[in-house]
Design a protein around this ligand. Structure first.
Ligand code: ZN
Length: 140
């Protein structure tokens, strides 16, 4: 997927792009916090690995908001300058589980699309199509 990676910096984002990506970043943060303790600098590097170059001035308010929402909990550092680790809370885990279902559905519809698989959207039914030869399921 390397070829599809694109770098996002805040300076070239439209407000709409930024608004949407804020949600993506929160999902990504919850995902990693569910695997173990995380901290700000690690997240900045992790998001940059995915092409999302956030500044600390963008990330830390997001983390503070996620803590206020009760999704992340910080462990107090031994000193004021000590690294503060963030862990997911049970409420954050519940949010992540909901989001995983939604993301799975969205992925099937938006990324995989109707040409490869029937869309999961129940609102409209696409016209039935014959499968192309060699494009998936075979008839018995
Ligand atoms: Zn990641």
């Amino acid at each position: 997927m390397q070829a599809f990676r694109r770098s996002f910096s805040l300076s070239d984002m439209t407000p709409v792009t930024r608004e949407i990506l804020l949600s993506f970043w929160k999902v990504h943060i919850l995902h990693h916090a569910a695997s173990g303790p995380i901290y700000g600098l690690w997240l900045l590097n992790e998001l940059a690995e995915h092409g999302h170059k956030l500044s600390p001035g963008t990330l830390y308010p997001i983390l503070a908001r996620m803590q206020r929402n009760g999704w992340l909990r910080a462990t107090p550092g031994a000193t004021a300058r000590a690294r503060r680790y963030l862990r997911i809370t049970p409420a954050g885990q519940a949010v992540l589980e909901q989001l995983r279902e939604f993301i799975t559905q969205l992925h099937e519809e938006v990324v995989i699309g109707p040409n490869r698989r029937a869309p999961v959207c129940r609102g409209r039914r696409p016209a039935a199509r014959e499968p192309k030869p060699g494009s998936g399921r075979r008839r018995a």
